[in-house]
Ligand binder design. Structure first.
Ligand code: NAD
Length: 504
């Protein structure tokens, strides 16, 4: 496969970057498997404790220079990164499909998202605005500046093996941070390919220590980084269970976290909705990335009067799904990431049946196919089933009916997670109420479009057990910086605030 060569992925690969690729042949090996065939596609040498120490040391050294590099100059590095990504978009998109299993269109979309966030970050590099405010004292003023934090850790999930890094890295870099990326052990090749791309740019700009990489099981180097006081911020994307652990470990040392955890996203379909528009969005939301997006549509909360129509149209679409090799342009649904994911999916279907759910579209493991292929499932359920309250990371779609708008909102918000949500309606009152304080309790609430497929311009993230973090656009950059407030006396007098008199 030529694209592997283009991305520098030949032979046994070093998995640790500390301004240069480091680590000897004796390091533990990590094999990356193709979810489509179950066969190995590459071997990576993992980061050990000694390597980790060198990564942190080099990153700290690099930060001394990077923090004093003017932000617009840092932006030029990210501008060139966007150009380099444009050159390799096709190859990297293919690699994402190969290693993670999402269809090529989505693999390419993921790389486009990287390019988009780089473009955003270049503009941001000339902003990073601080405020000034009037002082109560004569000939004084008060101002705020935003300064970089230092060496930050980025831990990413398998399902967006390249884009999530860029949401963090492009912004953190213009903010003046240097970073250590720990990708998912299920997608190490994607990480090495991205590192190879960023290295070309960093070399041209003489800033090789800014973007670093460690690869290893989360419980080894990942855990080491969580505990490391030299890493003031951990941006973590992954499951709720892991996120709670990250919050505890980093919180114990009073470090900062950005937590981007699981969702349980719902689409509300009102009686007056444009049904075709709703069904198209639900279909993409449930089937896209084989139901392995944090924003995947898990629940359809549909008015009882239109339920049959919605289900009928959905099933018609499900009947046409083409399951197979994600690199084949005709495929609409690729495999799940691994055998564990299939087991969790099968368990969830069993739980639905046991709780009294009604299967409307029978799915499950596809026997006799190499790789980790499943058929999607649609089930009519009650929102309070235990399994419905959890995130099942697979194409399992729940149908829940309601009678009036207030009941729909109550059902909608009655889950532990709070990432993405949407409503389909032509009614101004319903639409506005859904995004009002009395509406969706998620971090993202859309009107007449689905739960997944966000653009980079807005802040991305969710509430409750989704962790409260925000990444990507808007003012999410502030989380990667520290705020410095300065009061300045440009007069000659000694004047205390609050009118306090002290001394003679
Ligand atoms: P996961 O929690 O299993 O793993 C996430 C990352 O944590 C991986 O890199 C893993 O190696 C690492 N890790 C494991 N143990 C660790 C430890 N002790 N210390 C440090 N790191 C450790 O999640 P996953 O299966 O890769 O991804 C799927 C989950 O991620 C889903 O719940 C999905 O909703 C969520 N997700 C959320 C968002 C978001 O933005 N909200 C985006 C993508 C995925």
């Amino acid at each position: 496969m030529d694209f592997l060569k283009e991305l520098g992925l030949e032979g046994v690969l070093k998995g640790t970057y500390a301004g240069e690729w480091i680590g000897g042949e004796d390091r533990d090996k990590l094999v990356s498997y193709n979810p489509t065939t179950g066969e190995p596609i590459g071997t990576v040498l993992q980061t050990n404790e000694e390597d980790y120490e060198l990564v942190v040391k080099r990153a700290q050294e690099a930060w001394k220079k990077w923090r004093m590099t003017p932000a617009p100059v840092r932006g030029l590095v990210i501008r060139d990164l966007a150009d380099e990504l444009r050159k390799h978009k096709e190859a990297l998109g293919r690699l994402v499909s190969l290693e993670m299993g999402k269809i090529l269109q989505e693999g390419l979309g993921e790389v486009q998202e990287m390019i988009d966030i780089c473009d955003f970050a270049v503009g941001l590099s000339r902003q990073l605005y601080g405020k000034t405010m009037p002082s109560e004292r004569p000939e004084h003023r008060i101002m705020e500046q935003w300064h970089p934090l230092g060496v930050i850790g980025i831990v990413t999930a398998f399902n967006f093996p390249v884009a999530v890094w860029s949401w963090n890295a492009a912004i953190a870099a213009v903010c003046g941070d240097v970073m250590i990326w720990k990708p998912s052990s299920k997608t190490p090749l994607c990480a090495i390919a991205v590192q190879n791309i960023v290295n070309k740019v960093a070399k041209r700009h003489d800033c090789e220590g800014v973007f670093n990489l460690i690869i290893g099981k989360g419980s080894t180097v990942g855990e080491r980084m969580l505990q490391d006081k030299r890493v003031p911020l951990i941006s973590f994307t992954g499951s709720v269970a892991m996120g709670k652990h990250v919050a505890e470990v980093v919180g114990r040392r009073l470090g900062r976290t950005i937590l981007e955890l699981g969702g349980n996203n719902a689409v509300v379909v009102m009686e007056d909705a444009d049904i075709d528009m709703a069904v198209n969005s639900i279909f993409f939301g449930a089937i896209g990335t084989s139901g392995q997006r944090c924003t995947s549509t898990r629940r359809v909360i549909v008015h009882e009067s239109v339920k049959d129509k919605v289900v009928e149209k959905l099933i018609a679409k499900y009947n046409k799904i083409k399951i197979g090799d994600p690199l084949d342009e005709k495929t609409t649904m690729g495999p799940l990431v691994d055998e564990q994911a299939i087991i969790a999916y099968e368990r969830a279907i069993e739980e639905v049946k046991k709780a009294g759910g009604k299967i409307l579209y029978e799915g499950g493991r596809i026997e006799g196919m190499k790789g980790h292929f499943v058929k999607p499932t649609i089930a009519e359920v009650k929102n309070d089933f235990k399994i419905v309250q959890e995130e099942t990371f697979a194409p399992l779609l729940y149908i829940i009916t309601f009678k009036d708008f207030d009941e729909a909102i109550e059902i909608h918000n009655n889950v532990p997670q709070g990432l993405s949500s949407s409503i389909f309606t032509q009614n101004f009152h319903y639409a506005e109420k859904f995004i009002s304080p009395a509406g969706s309790d998620c971090g993202m609430a859309n009107i007449n479009l689905g739960t997944s497929g966000a653009e980079i311009g807005g802040a991305f993230g969710g509430e409750k057990e989704t962790g409260g973090g925000r990444e990507s656009g808007s003012d999410a950059w502030k989380l990667y910086m520290r705020r410095l407030t300065s009061a300045i006396n440009y007069g000659k007098g000694f004047i205390l605030a609050q009118g306090i008199k002290f001394g003679d």
